[in-house]
Design a binder for this molecule. Structure first.
Ligand code: 6MZ
Length: 354
C-alpha cells in the first residue's frame, strides 16, 4: 500500500478537533445556501471569502471563525455541523473522536445549554449511524473572560448526572486567541473543574508565552497540552518548561498543518514532533481545524510520516498513543485499544517501502 492509502487505513484516534473549525466545504456551502434561502445577504460575501482566500495568518483565521460562527448561529445548523463532522471523521477511519466546542449564547436564537444539548443529541444520532465513539469537551474561550468560563463549567456540571449525556462529556478544553487574556486568571475555574472530575486539555505555548505556560503547568491541573509549540528551548521555550512537561509526562496534541500554515513553526522539518519523538515523549497527531486548514487526520499522519520518515511501527505507535491519552475510563480504553490493535495487526507488513 502507498503511504497515503496506508494512513487512510490506519485505525485512528482524534483528540484535538474544534467543531466549528472542522466544517468541510460541502457543509459550509450547504449552510450558506440555507442562509441565502432565508434572504440573508451577508451570505454572498461570506461565500466569497470562504471560497477565495488561501492565506492563514492569525488575523485571517480569526476572520474565518467569525464567518463560520455566523453561519452556525442557529440550532438546525448546529445539528447539521455536528452530524457532518462526526460522519467525516468516521469515513476517515477515526475510531474515537474527542470533539471540542465552545457553548454559545446567541440572544433570541439559543442559550449555551440549547447549543450544547443539540451538539450532544446530534452526536448520539451520528454514533448510531457509524462505527465511531465520540466524546465532547466543552471549550473555554480565553478571549471571553473568566465569568463566561465559570458559566461553561456550570453547564458542564449539569451534564455530570445526565443519564445519556453524562458519559459523553469527558472534560474541558481551554482555547481561543492565544494573544488574548491571561490563562493564569482561569486557574480557579480549572481547579474547580478538576475537583468535579473533569479532565483538562489546555492550549499551551501555542505562541511564545513562557511565564503563563509555566504557571499553568505548575498548577498541576493540565492533563493534555494542545500544541505546546514553544516549550523546549530550541523553539524559544525554556529548559524549565521542558523539564516540567517531561516530569508530568503530559501528552502533547500536535497539529502539524495548523502550526505550519499559521507560521508558528518555520517549516515541516522544524515541527516540534521531531524533537518530542526523539525524546520518546507521548504525542498524538491531531487536525485542530480540518476545515480551516483543509486537511484530514489521514493527511496529517501522511505529512508527519513523510517529513520524519516514520516507519510502519512508529505509525502504529502513534495510533496507540492516541488511545493512551484519551479521556476515557480504563475499561473503555482497554476496549478501544483492542479494537485499534486488531486493525493494526491486519495492516502489518502492508506499507510499501518508502
Ligand atoms: C486556539 C482555536 C484554534 O469552539 O466554535 N480554536 N483556539 N488555537 C487554535 N488554533 C488555530 N482553533 C480553533 O470552534 C472554533 C473555536 O475554537 C477555537 C477558537 O476559540 C474558535 O473560535 P468552536 O466549535
Amino acid at each position: 500500500m502507498e503511504l497515503l492509502d496506508y494512513c487512510r487505513s490506519l485505525p485512528k484516534v482524534e483528540l484535538h478537533a474544534h467543531l466549528n473549525g472542522s466544517l468541510s466545504d460541502a457543509t459550509v456551502l450547504k449552510l450558506l445556501s440555507a442562509k441565502k434561502q432565508q434572504g440573508d445577504d451577508f451570505s454572498a460575501s461570506a461565500e466569497h471569502t470562504h471560497t477565495h482566500t488561501h492565506t492563514h495568518t492569525h488575523t485571517h483565521t480569526l476572520r474565518m471563525f467569525r464567518i463560520l460562527h455566523s453561519i452556525t448561529d442557529n440550532l438546525d445548523a448546529v445539528r447539521t455541523i455536528t452530524q457532518d463532522v462526526i460522519q467525516e471523521f468516521a469515513s476517515d477511519n477515526v475510531k474515537y473522536l474527542e470533539l471540542r466546542t465552545t457553548p454559545k449564547n446567541i440572544p433570541n436564537k439559543m442559550t449555551k445549554k440549547e447549543y450544547m444539548d443539540t451538539v450532544l443529541e446530534a452526536a448520539v444520532e451520528a454514533m448510531k449511524k457509524s462505527n465511531i465513539r465520540v466524546c465532547l469537551l466543552l471549550s473555554i474561550d480565553r478571549a471571553r473572560g473568566v465569568e463566561d468560563a465559570w458559566s461553561t463549567l456550570q453547564l458542564a456540571k449539569e451534564y455530570l448526572t445526565h443519564d445519556v449525556f453524562g458519559s459523553l462529556v469527558c472534560g474541558l478544553d481551554v482555547s481561543g486567541n492565544p494573544h488574548s487574556g491571561d490563562l493564569k486568571d482561569y486557574l480557579p475555574v480549572l481547579q474547580e473543574a478538576q475537583k468535579c472530575g473533569f479532565k483538562l486539555a489546555v492550549h499551551l505555548a501555542e505562541v511564545s508565552s513562557n511565564t503563563e505556560t509555566l504557571a499553568v503547568l505548575n498548577s498541576g491541573l493540565v492533563d493534555r497540552i494542545g500544541h505546546g509549540t514553544f516549550i523546549h528551548s530550541d523553539t524559544g521555550g525554556s529548559e524549565e518548561l521542558h523539564t516540567v512537561v517531561r516530569k508530568q509526562n503530559l501528552p502533547l496534541e500536535l497539529c502539524f498543518s495548523s502550526n505550519i500554515k499559521l507560521g508558528t513553526v518555520k517549516n515541516a522539518s522544524h515541527h516540534h514532533l521531531g524533537f518530542w519523538k526523539k525524546e520518546n515523549h507521548p504525542v498524538v497527531i491531531c487536525t485542530d481545524d480540518k476545515g480551516v486548514f483543509a486537511t484530514s487526520l489521514s493527511e496529517e499522519f501522511f505529512l508527519c510520516a513523510q517529513t520524519f520518515h516514520l516507519t510502519e511501527g512508529e505509525l502504529h505507535s502513534l495510533c496507540l498513543s492516541g488511545v493512551d491519552a484519551a479521556f476515557l475510563s480504563q475499561v473503555e480504553k482497554q476496549r478501544l485499544r483492542q479494537e485499534v490493535q486488531k486493525e493494526l495487526d491486519s495492516l502489518k507488513g502492508k506499507l510499501a517501502c518508502q
